[in-house]
Design a binder for this molecule. Sequence first.
Ligand code: NDP
Length: 311
Amino acid sequence: MPLNILFAASEDRWQAYEAPLREALSDIGQGDANLALDIPAAEVDYIVYAPSSEVQDFMPYTRTKAVLNLWAGVEGVVGNDTLTQPLARMVDDGLTQGMVDWVVGHTMRHHLNTDLHVMNQDGKWRRYVPPLAPDRPVTILGLGALGRACGEALAGLGFPVTGWSRSQKDVEGLRCLSGDEGLVQALSDAQIVILLLPQTPDTENLLNAARLDLLPEGAVIINPGRGPLIDDDALLSALDSGHIGHATLDVFREEPLPAEHPYWAHPKVTVTPHIASETRPKSASRVIAENIRRGEAGEPFVHLVDRSLGY
Ligand code: NDP
């Protein structure tokens, strides 16, 4: 019998994903699958899912073998008590490359102080020679699919990169730290800090006043992870005091960031509208199809979320 695959995401996403998903399903021998925006719950075999979808009660999906999240972040679904089916998050080459591009770009902006020339073309001959990359320590909080790729890319450019994660890692070319003591070390010499942690109860307000204080004077924060990782009031006061030199923020507690939020007008804050990286339909469709292939072959799913950890 053909598989029933529910696409539980917006019409816009359907336009972008329908063709690549059909192609990827065909490549795994499921070309006759019924892929649709609406299928009776009790008949659904797999759900391709965006947490903003109308599907919030998973109880009626009695034969569903897995919920396949379209995004890397799962904070919008992981706490859903009705979800008893396996939940996989998105790990996609296209998403990873996009994040590497964004992180490297924003790191280089601050490293080279590009703004000095871009924003000040006023007839003054401002000579500024930045330090070389090996003299600019960078710390990445989170060494998962995205943090590790960004860390490796920056290390490849010559930056001394420290990565911090929950479990101890061993990544060639990176100083890897973990635990509370590791976090203190990771922050104490970081001139640029990049947050690529998931949003969980353990990571909320991780960058608080005390931890911002650990950073050297003038350090730069780059947050493409999630807004709640940072204590906003603490960051604003560290920016105002001059302790933190700049913050480039892509993600916020409330999105879109309200027009009256102090971040918008702050001279030391750059706001980007949650565009650091997007799941790419073509490569992401292959990841979804691979998990469906695994489910049908009785093989373990990849990129499963650990509900107890929340990511
Ligand atoms: P992963 O799950 O692969 O990696 C998460 C990393 O964070 C792991 O290294 C993990 O440690 C670490 N971590 C989690 N909890 C803690 C903790 N309490 N203390 C220390 N380390 C912790 O996620 P991805 O790399 O794929 O994505 C990271 C985040 O990036 C996503 O959750 C999402 O919020 C964000 N994102 C933002 C996008 C944007 O456009 N702005 C786009 C895509 C993702 P360990 O390795 O030990 O498990």
